[in-house]
Design a protein around this ligand. Sequence first.
Ligand code: SF4
Length: 196
Amino acid sequence: MPDIEKLCQNLEHRGFHAVYFSTAQEAAAHLEEALSGRTVGAGGSMTLKEMGLLERLPACCTFHSHWAGSTLEDAVGTEVYLSSVNGLAETGEIVNIDGTGNRVAAAQFGHKALYLVVGVNKIAADFEGALWRARNIAAPKNAQRLGVKTPCAAKGDRCYDCDSPQRICRALSVLWRKPTAIEYAEVVLVGEPLGY
Ligand code: SF4
């Protein structure tokens, strides 16, 4: 089990407000309350899907996600951006890998507030571990979900840093600190496995 207290301290030191909930249900209720009445954009996220937020958020806020009937462009420039991450270091670095680029761009610029939801399975001891996880666990599982023709999707064991035309790993984002143009950033930690 990761040291959640230490992780929260490290995230706060880096400019991210950090909150912890032991269950996804409690975290979803917190997000519904925090995002109520606001305009929220989100990328594709198994975490948000598993939490039921793709169905719950449209009832309480103006919600745009291409996984919930909007276009990618609809989520650009919303007041709030909501996403998960592919790896989170106990030392506080936040790692995301993207193919389209919408998630990594939105988590860095273009929104006043950023909320990142992270299941306990995404936490690694340090930055190298978080990056390794993003590349060798999250990305291959996403490749399998998408059914692309890549060696990781075929074998499901690790990243092969492939040259496949359908390679899904095209951009890497590491948040070392809260980007300055984002006024408020919150990491919502959940004590259950969520997403990849
Ligand atoms: S770089 Fe290629 S092999 Fe590695 S995880 Fe991404 S799609 Fe899979």
